[in-house]
Design a protein around this ligand. Structure first.
Ligand SMILES: C[S@@+](CC[C@H](N)C(=O)[O-])C[C@H]1O[C@@H](n2cnc3c(N)ncnc32)[C@H](O)[C@@H]1O
Length: 290
């Protein structure tokens, strides 16, 4: 093998990741590629990244390509991640949605939901809010491009380390049962969320319009053009007044999207009333100021 070979293999893997998910790996994070793929190399008895590339090239649409991409994705998540945002959703966004609703149906989409903590945090929050939602139909749909992450999410079984990060003890005791070294989330909460494997850049498993869309810590690794396409995908499932929640530090200003920032609330955007974007901007300020 030449000295340049590992770099060449890493380039090809980055290209594969980008083609399948839109995500790019910055130069500074390239070194991580080999370490994230090491378990897959070991499991498949492959001696190197070159051997992995060769195997993928023999079957470009096979499971190995999906597994390699999966291993390169960042699936970092936790319950009630960035708790301030969840408080804002509970205290400002959801009451606003309830107030403006024409029917008692609440539809939420978590795009890039990883292993399920975000969607399940919303489900637990809605339960905690109690009787206000009693006569509502609630649908929380969570999608991710990663089949492995969605499978874990569906199982709702989390390691001790996962339930120690951000999950209040009363929610842990109320909704989880200790199972060996892990914690199993109750059927009642799991039944509130549906999951599907879907690419945000080309969604096939999503239909209808949502009241609230979360897409947090996903846009971070998209180049601007891809970010624009991703936000257009989200906008296709938003009606005027739909709320969009992004991750801390994720900006969509200048991408020409339908979503305008809610001035007083970090990370929250609202889909404009197409005919009058200025009004949407005012709504964003007024609606959530209180
Ligand atoms: C860092 S995790 C964020 C999880 C969760 N939203 C949160 O903030 O805790 C990003 C997730 O986005 C998913 N993802 C990346 N590109 C995607 C795409 N094109 N379509 C759907 N999901 C994608 C990854 O698989 C990963 O699980």
């Amino acid at each position: 093998m030449t000295a340049a070979a590992p770099h060449h293999a890493a380039d090809k893997l980055c290209r594969l990741l980008s083609e399948m998910t839109g995500q790019i790996v910055s130069e500074g994070r390239r070194w991580r590629i080999e370490s994230s793929l090491r378990p897959l190399l070991r499991a498949r008895d492959l001696p190197s990244l070159d051997a992995l590339i060769a195997a993928i090239e023999r079957d470009p649409h096979g499971p190995l390509a999906v597994q390699a991409v999966d291993a390169m994705l960042n699936h970092e998540s936790s319950f009630f991640r960035d708790i301030g945002v969840f408080r804002t959703i509970e205290q400002s966004v959801l009451p606003r949605i309830r107030e403006g609703a024409h029917d008692k149906l609440l539809r939420i989409w978590c795009a890039g939901a990883s292993t399920g903590q975000e969607a399940y945090s919303l489900a637990m929050m809605l339960k905690r809010m109690g009787p206000v939602w009693d006569d509502w139909r609630i649908s929380i749909h969570a999608t991710d491009v990663s089949p492995a992450a969605i499978e874990m999410a569906r199982q709702g079984r989390y390691a001790q380390m996962d339930v120690q990060r951000g999950l209040p003890i009363n929610e842990l005791l109320r909704w989880f049962t200790a199972t060996g070294d892990d914690w199993q989330l109750s059927r009642e909460i799991r039944d509130m969320v549906t999951f599907s494997v879907d690419n945000l850049l080309d969604p096939h498993r999503i239909s209808g319009l949502f009241d609230l869309i979360l897409c947090r810590n996903v846009l971070l690794y998209f180049p601007d053009e891809t970010k624009r396409a991703a936000v257009a995908s989200l906008a296709a499932f938003a009606r005027p007044g739909t709320y969009l929640v992004l991750g801390a530090g994720e900006m969509i200003a200048g991408l020409g999207s339908r979503f305008v920032s809610c001035r007083d609330l970090n990370c929250i955007y609202i889909a404009d009333r197409r005919a009058d974007p200025a009004r949407a901007d005012r709504c964003a300020g007024e609606a959530l100021a209180g």
